[in-house]
Design a binder for this molecule. Structure first.
Ligand SMILES: Nc1ncnc2c1ncn2[C@@H]1O[C@H](COP(=O)(O)OP(=O)(O)OP(=O)(O)O)[C@@H](O)[C@H]1O
Ligand SMILES: [Mg+2]
Length: 445
């Protein structure tokens, strides 16, 4: 996964995002660079810093979408956060170090998932046996010590038969009682007093809490999941998970910092208060490379890749703190979408709005067909409305499509089955007048 070439990464992104070639290439190269660095000798590796990226561009042109799709592509731990969600240390709100802690948690989940997959087969075997124990409890208990051959043979047969039934899925709804262990958690115990507890203290405290044993009544199907977790946990090495997760974060982690423009001083009239600007100061050491204490251990951030994005309507990347700017040497600008882009966005992506609409109405027995000029008309209207009212980029297409299909969406079950042809005249009829009237389109589209 990690070794996808830049061209392959761009090709994957192309499936969902139209245009924005520069941004796609920049992120693809950055991701590939992680892999390149891994191939080098340790000593050389240490000196190669990631080249962080700032993506800027108008609203609704694909910045966040690129990040989202990239996250699915890279096997690397990847987290997307909004800069505006954080506040300077000492203010009420989340501190930026929690980004790294969340990234580690995420990586742990990732690594654990992989390791569980590796031990799945033996774990499942164990689970089967335990389910049988639960399903046939008394037979086992009574006969301990005093079994004769015949009884033992009989028990064996019963167990075998039960196993067959279990494998055939015939016992899924049977209910059984199983023991589950739960470790208390500090937040639960002390209550959420609105305080962010010191992370080391929290970990220490959690270790002191007793694990609670509880019995729970579950169906076999539900119990299987719980038991699989328990058995897999026995087979995998927790320390190995932690070590591997931290290693992956340190060597390959990617943080996508959205809405970075909203924490600049120039954006203060848009609600960026003092504590927000302070966020930049707090971000600096993390981006420059420092050690963040997490409950799984210290994590070095030196080689984590940061991709920041923002619309930069009222501010510019140069309004960021100089030190921070210096840490984001790669700037890519996403372009405004054209009418032709809108046409493609409506038709081409794997999750294109027209495809979604066809699929959704298909479930009602309505076969929708778009003519080419219908799509062009919608694109044109979206473009016009964006220009005349507020430019919200591709998001406008959502409101346009909603309008066009409002009536059909409502009536679909009544007229089903039916074939509906959406042509330019249909689109015009649904929203021609609205789109022409500035006040009306502001309100409705
Ligand atoms: N170039 C594009 N190709 C395909 N779909 C797009 C494109 N740009 C935007 N979209 C669609 O429009 C929606 C909004 O895009 P996105 O969230 O990426 O905007 P953004 O650039 O992050 O804007 P903002 O600055 O407001 O956060 C997404 O659902 C996405 O599917
Ligand atoms: Mg966005």
């Amino acid at each position: 996964m990690q070794s996808m070439t830049p061209r392959q990464i761009v090709a994957e992104l192309d499936k969902y995002i139209i245009g924005q070639g520069d941004a796609k290439r920049a992120v693809a190269v950055a991701v590939r660079n992680r892999w390149r660095r891994q191939q080098l000798p340790e000593q050389m590796r240490q000196d190669i810093w990631p080249k962080n990226i700032i993506m800027s561009g108008p609203t609704g042109v694909g910045k966040t979408e690129i990040a989202r799709r990239l996250a699915n592509l890279t096997g690397a731990p990847f987290i997307k956060v909004e800069a505006t969600k954080y506040t300077e240390v000492g203010y009420h709100g989340r501190d930026v170090e929690s980004i790294i802690r969340d990234l580690v948690d995420l990586a742990i989940g990732l690594v654990r998932g992989e390791m569980i997959e590796q031990v799945k087969e033996p774990a499942e075997k164990q689970v089967e046996q335990r389910l049988l124990d639960y399903l046939l409890p008394s037979a086992d208990m009574q006969s301990i010590g005093t079994i004769d051959d015949e009884a033992a043979e009989k028990r064996k047969r019963t167990r075998e038969k039960m196993l067959e039934q279990l494998r055939a899925g015939e016992l899924e709804d049977r209910s059984i009682e199983i023991a589950v262990e739960e470790r208390g958690n500090v937040v639960g115990v002390l209550g959420q007093a609105g305080m962010e507890m010191d992370i080391e203290f929290q970990t220490m405290f959690e270790k002191m809490l007793p694990t609670r044993r509880e019995t729970r009544r579950l169906t076999v199907a539900e119990a299987r999941k719980v038991l699989l977790q328990q058995e897999a946990d026995k087979l995998i090495d927790r320390n190995k998970i932690t070590d591997e997760a931290i290693k992956r974060v340190e060597q390959g982690g990617i943080v996508f910092l959205d809405e970075i423009d909203k924490v600049t001083a120039a954006d203060s009239k848009h609600g960026a208060d003092v504590s927000r600007q302070g966020v930049q100061r707090d971000l600096l050491p993390i981006v420059e490379g420092s050690t963040v204490i997490t409950k799984h251990g210290p994590v070095k951030t030196d080689h984590i890749l940061f991709i920041a994005a923002g619309a930069f309507h009222t501010s510019k990347p140069s309004d960021l703190m100089p030190e921070l700017q210096g840490r984001f040497p790669i700037r890519v600008e996403l372009s405004d979408l054209t009418r032709a882009d809108f046409v493609r966005i409506l038709k081409e992506p794997e999750n294109a709005l027209t495809k979604q609409t066809i699929a959704l109405l298909g479930t009602e027995g309505i076969t929708v067909k778009f003519t080419a000029d219908a799509i062009e008309t919608m694109a044109q209207l979206a473009y016009d409305v964006n220009r005349r009212t507020q430019n919200i980029g591709a998001r406008r297409l959502y409101t346009i499509i909603e309008r066009v299909f409002e009536q059909l969406s409502f009536e679909a079950p009544d007229i089903s089955p039916a074939k509906v042809r959406i042509d330019a005249a249909y689109v015009q009829e649904k929203l021609g007048d609205i789109a022409k009237d500035e006040d009306l389109s502001k309100f409705i589209l």
